[in-house]
Ligand binder design. Structure first.
Ligand code: SF4
Length: 86
């Protein structure tokens, strides 16, 4: 399968609930700031995310409800909107 460019999948800063570090496609094998992705080109940081995100299954169980996930997403978006540099 051909990888897609970071621009094509809107690669951007993620948040703890949705980021490359907990995506099925993320790969990292070396002590380095960046890893790779099976679907997206270039260097990929664990803190990014893109439109192709697919969450890893949590071996302890996926315990958050959709309402809780939505609330946390709003909290992260708000924190980012008022954070440093804004
Ligand atoms: S598919 Fe997107 S979110 Fe998942 S590891 Fe690749 S770049 Fe990150």
């Amino acid at each position: 399968m051909n990888k897609r460019s970071q621009k094509a999948v809107n690669y951007r800063l993620g948040d703890p609930m949705r980021q490359c570090s907990c995506c099925q496609m993320y790969r990292k094998t070396q002590q380095d700031q960046f890893g790779t992705c099976t679907e997206v080109t270039g260097k990929i940081t664990a803190y990014g995310v893109c439109n192709r995100f697919s969450a890893l299954n949590n071996p302890w169980g996926n315990r958050l409800t959709n309402q809780t996930r939505a609330m946390l997403a709003r909290c992260y978006a708000y924190a980012r909107s008022v954070g440093p540099g804004r």
